[in-house]
Design a protein around this ligand. Sequence first.
Ligand code: TYC
Length: 102
Amino acid sequence: TPPQGPGTAVITRTKAQTRRPNMYRVLILNDDYTPMEFVVLILERFFGKSRDEATRIMLHVHHHGVGECGIYTYEVAETKVTQVMDFARKHQHPLQCVMEKK
Ligand code: TYC
């Protein structure tokens, strides 16, 4: 602020709000037992993937050990992980889903 006196004015400029939320990557891990079709179903149901994209991601995980399902804010990512882990457990598959800060 400039020194104030007769004939001076303070000009206030609000800073633009440029804060972005921390983002988290949701990953699925390969294992030897979860059926391929079940992984494709999860990617369609919980991550909004098309059948083709879900199949592509599943095969990537099958061959490379890990793959990305999507990138979300903390609470959304946490919800996805819980939904996948609950669904896999319910069907007695050992599929693992985790999140990591980007
Ligand atoms: N490797 C599993 C199989 O051969 C398929 C699979 C793919 C499992 C991706 C988990 O995240 C996974 N049946």
